[in-house]
Design a protein around this ligand. Structure first.
Ligand code: CA
Ligand code: CA
Ligand code: CA
Length: 226
């Protein structure tokens, strides 16, 4: 009976860790023109990086925008050359939340920018710039809100400025990260710039296999006592 209770406790712990995702934020001072050194500070060594210096996204990464929409694509409409200073996290180009990659509110800026990772990732990262205090900005993992971006440690609003670098790590029990989104809630007024998108596509134990293990162990121990 005690063993069953222990396994039930482990099972409940496994369930409570779903969507736990560890959100780590880095102040703009962590930016370094030497991307190798910067990646060491941001914990991105070994990650696949998209730098938006050309129209092609790295293999396994697709971009989607909503309101106005951009259908999922691995080729950008054009390369965006930031009109404001300090909007890059690497190189000289970046990505803007506009479905034609132009910095204008006409037609409006897109509300939701989503990155899809084909095989799923255990960790993802994104550099933010040009965020203003015009609306709420939320971070979503697999469609679930995990953070209110402007409240994260190190965040600073600014147009000609980097605002924050965010890394999100899946922990034991978390599903692989198949998508992450920035949702500019309530308005399409804020031009947002993204750069140095990173992902690590290693396998982590799936919660389903852990739960099956727990059930299997309960069944096995139950049998043995008879
Ligand atoms: Ca760049
Ligand atoms: Ca590229
Ligand atoms: Ca802005």
């Amino acid at each position: 009976m005690l063993i069953k209770k222990i396994f039930l406790a482990i099972f409940m712990l496994g369930v409570s860790q779903l969507f736990a995702y560890n959100v780590v934020s880095f102040a703009p001072s962590q930016f370094n023109t030497n991307t190798q050194l910067m990646d060491q500070s941001l914990g991105l060594v070994g990650y696949t990086i998209e730098d938006f210096e050309d129209v092609n996204l790295v293999e396994g990464l697709t971009l989607e925008m909503v309101n106005p929409d951009l259908a999922p694509t691995s080729v950008l409409p054009q390369v965006y050359n930031p009109v404001h200073a300090n909007n890059q996290w690497d190189g000289s180009r970046a990505l803007v939340n506009h479905n034609q990659q132009i910095f204008t509110t006409n037609p409006p800026l897109s509300q939701i920018t989503t990155f899809h990772i084909e095989d799923g990732a255990t960790s993802v990262g994104i550099g933010l710039a040009n965020f203003q205090n015009l609306t709420n900005h939320q971070l979503l993992i697999n469609g679930q809100v995990v953070a209110d971006i402007s409240t994260l440690p190190g965040f600073a609003f600014g147009v000609s400025a980097r605002n924050l670098y965010i890394r999100v790590d899946a922990e034991g029990g978390d599903a692989l990260i198949s998508s992450f989104s920035i949702d500019e809630q309530f308005s399409n007024a804020d031009g947002l710039v993204f750069d140095h998108v990173a992902f690590l596509d290693n396998a982590v134990p799936e919660p389903s296999s852990f739960i099956m293990f727990a059930f299997g162990a309960i069944f096995f121990l139950g049998k043995r006592k008879k």
